[in-house]
Design a protein around this ligand. Structure first.
Ligand SMILES: *[C@@H]1O[C@H](CO)[C@@H](O)[C@H](O)[C@H]1NC(C)=O
Length: 309
């Protein structure tokens, strides 16, 4: 009896193994094909995730990936000009959490695609001051310092993560593989959460003046959003904390704690639009701003090359 059941189990195992052998390769290879199609789109956001990881790590703790998780940087050059921000305990705590979340995001993307090394990032005060000057269309005096205090740092956090969020919304419908879509949905969920936290913290302070400029937090967000709409060059995809009623939710309200289209769905952006914004040049072929040498990965490199022709 015992030997009979052992034989049955053994033969079942053989059959199962055979079946697996017959079917697994085709399943695996079709998933691989789909993932291969998605690779460039999945790798592209590493450019922004590196930015966010370094900016949040330095801002909260005064050190970056090279100290905290060196392998993730994959030998890319260290960021320029990043440093610890002068933050109150609660903001420091929140930004530290964001920083560790970004390390997870980088790792999660690199589990699915090979990815690339950290690009050169210019996270200097001057780099942010340039964005703010561009947003206001005139140089602020003294130059805006993102590392100076809670409000300035939160305003600087308004500058980039939202751009990543719109990128994930734009990428999702272009993906072929369920594995990629699951990854992007997971990234989008937490990036949106970070955006909501940043916007809520700013919203509480919306009427406060940013010292010493005499302009409110709300005006800063409005100007930054207008600049991104201009640089992205593809319509309205960015909204400050206070908008005219016809842009607010259901055209009913001016408070705008979250940005969204006429149905309050998140706006989407393509890799090109994102590069135009983060380079600060309005051109995906012309690097600059936070990315002095441009982004890494096939998509960013292709645009850079097309600019050199
Ligand atoms: C960083 O940006 C500032 C402001 O645009 C610029 O003066 C500086 O040269 C940049 N540094 C690098 C390494 O690109």
């Amino acid at each position: 009896m015992l030997s009979f059941s052992t034989t049955t189990i053994t033969s079942r195992m053989i059959i199962t193994t055979l079946l697996l052998f017959l079917f697994t390769p085709t399943l695996v290879s079709s998933e691989c094909e789909l993932l291969k199609y998605d690779t460039n789109l999945l790798e592209f956001p590493l450019n922004l995730e590196y930015f966010e990881a370094e900016y949040f790590l330095y801002g909260s703790m005064g050190k970056g990936l090279d100290s905290v998780e060196p392998n993730i940087a994959a030998g890319g050059p260290p960021p320029v000009g990043a440093k610890q921000a002068n933050l109150s305990p609660v903001i420091k705590d929140i930004i530290t959490q964001f920083a560790y979340q970004e390390i997870g995001h980088l790792r999660a993307i690199k589990k699915v695609v090979e990815g690339f090394a950290r690009p050169l990032l210019n996270l200097s005060s001057e780099s942010f001051a340039t964005v703010i000057n561009d947003a206001f269309g005139k140089p602020l005096s003294p130059p805006f310092d993102p590392y100076a205090n809670d409000i300035n740092y939160l305003i600087s956090c308004y500058v980039i993560p939202y751009v990543g969020l719109t990128g994930y919304v734009g990428t999702n419908p272009k993906l072929q593989s369920p594995v990629s879509r699951k990854l992007v949905a997971g990234l989008l969920g937490v990036e949106s959460g970070q955006d909501a936290v940043i916007r809520s913290l700013l919203y509480e302070r919306a009427k406060e003046k940013v010292v010493p400029y005499g302009m409110s937090v709300s005006e800063f967000t409005d100007k930054i959003s207008q600049l991104r709409n201009k640089l992205g060059n593809n319509g309205l995809k960015d909204e400050g904390l206070k908008v005219s009623t016809d842009i607010g939710a259901e055209k009913k309200i001016q408070g705008n704690i979250l940005a969204g289209d006429k149905d309050s769905l998140a706006y989407d952006r393509s890799p090109r639009e994102i590069l135009r914004i983060v380079y600060g040049t309005g051109k995906e072929q012309v690097p600059g701003g936070f990315y002095p040498n441009g982004g890494n990965g096939a998509l960013a490199k292709r645009y850079l090359k097309s600019g050199k022709k």
